[in-house]
Design a protein around this ligand. Structure first.
Ligand code: 3HC
Length: 297
């Protein structure tokens, strides 16, 4: 299949990443279905997209009419068959659970047309492993977006063991149509970005856990001392502590290397349901006044 023939993109998952991916696909002119397992997740995803686009209208970056056209291109649904039917590309952004992802791809393999390309937005799970749940491993690839998807310019493209060159070139071109820059990575746990990011984020939590400094001062130190847009603890709250813990555990199990060992504090916070922004509490309390990411800069 050629990129110019793509009409419909199915995004699996309406969460933090899923709704961002659906938004950029619709903004690029594609017909999008965004599927999640419950109506309230679909509604939340659609509302987030509308809120983000409205900000663009207020700032004069698009007209209300253009916003309406983008919104109308996105159909939210809980119906897997309806979402995937006749899709040219599926981009999966469901929770980071290997068994669940394999199960979803197995089902999609039955529903989707044979030429449909399968891409996963996993942050670390093996592309080869997920691809082996389907009968189209050559059409299976990693397409790793960054949060917030409409703003972050990179897509990390990951080739699995059987991914064809044709599929890679197709996804590279599609990513560029979505307004993104790309890098090609051969499959390895955490790919390239999270391989470097995770030890940094985990070390920030160890630093806090050992009482070296406070939440605010650590974020201030990194924001001002290294010129990062967000301190590491703000970034952890932004990414989701549950997601960070999942990636750390996965990388630790794959590499058996202590640089991916999760600090007890992170595990405790996740067990307590403090996932960061999305749950209202993490290193900061978002039920009160949320900290501005750029508060130190
Ligand atoms: N969704 C959509 N757009 C958003 C947004 C969001 N959640 N948050 C901010 N924006 C937009 C704003 O509308 C604004 O747009 P404009 O330039 O067109 O007016 C632009 O982003 C800048 O926003 P602000 O001026 O409000 O704030 P900042 O300048 O502080 O930028 C930020 C906000 C872009 C989030 C910045 O703090 C940042 O870059 N933070 C780091 C983000 C990061 O590292 N992401 C990667 C995480 S790792 C990951 O995703 C991988 C995974 O596998 C773990």
């Amino acid at each position: 299949m050629k990129v110019e023939d793509v009409k419909k993109i199915c995004v699996m998952g309406a969460g933090l990443m899923g709704n961002g991916i659906a938004q950029v696909c619709a903004q690029a002119g594609y017909e999008v279905t965004m599927r999640d397992i419950e109506d309230r997740f679909v509604e939340n995803g659609l509302n987030t997209i509308k809120k983000n686009l409205s900000r663009g209208v207020t700032k004069g970056k698009m007209t209300q009419e253009q916003m309406n056209q983008v919104v109308n291109r996105i159909k939210g649904t809980t119906d897997l068959k309806a979402a995937a039917f006749n899709a040219d590309v599926v981009i999966e952004a469901i929770i980071e659970n290997r068994d669940l992802k394999r199960k979803v791809f197995e089902e999609l393999d039955e529903i989707c047309k044979p030429e449909c390309i399968f891409a996963s937005n996993t942050s670390s799970i093996s592309i080869t492993d997920m691809a082996s749940a389907t009968k189209r491993p050559e059409k299976f690839i990693g397409m790793h977006f960054f949060n917030p998807v409409p703003v972050m310019r990179l897509v990390e493209i990951i080739k699995g063991y059987d991914t064809s060159e044709e599929t890679y070139e197709f996804i590279d071109e599609l990513s560029k149509k979505l307004g993104k820059e790309t890098v090609l990575v051969n499959e390895a746990p955490g790919f390239a970005v999270n391989r470097l990011l995770l030890p940094f984020l985990l070390e920030a939590i160890f630093t806090l856990q050992e009482g070296v400094t406070t939440v605010e001062d650590l974020d201030k130190a990194i924001s001002l001392g290294l010129n990062h847009p967000m301190g590491p603890l703000t970034l952890l709250d932004f990414v989701g502590l549950d997601t960070a813990l999942f990636i750390a555990d996965y990388m630790y199990s794959e590499f058996q290397d202590s640089k991916y060992r999760a600090p007890t504090l992170l595990r405790k916070m996740v067990r307590a349901g403090h996932f960061g922004r999305k749950s209202g509490k993490g290193f900061y309390d978002y039920t009160k006044k949320p900290p501005e990411p750029h508060q130190f800069r």
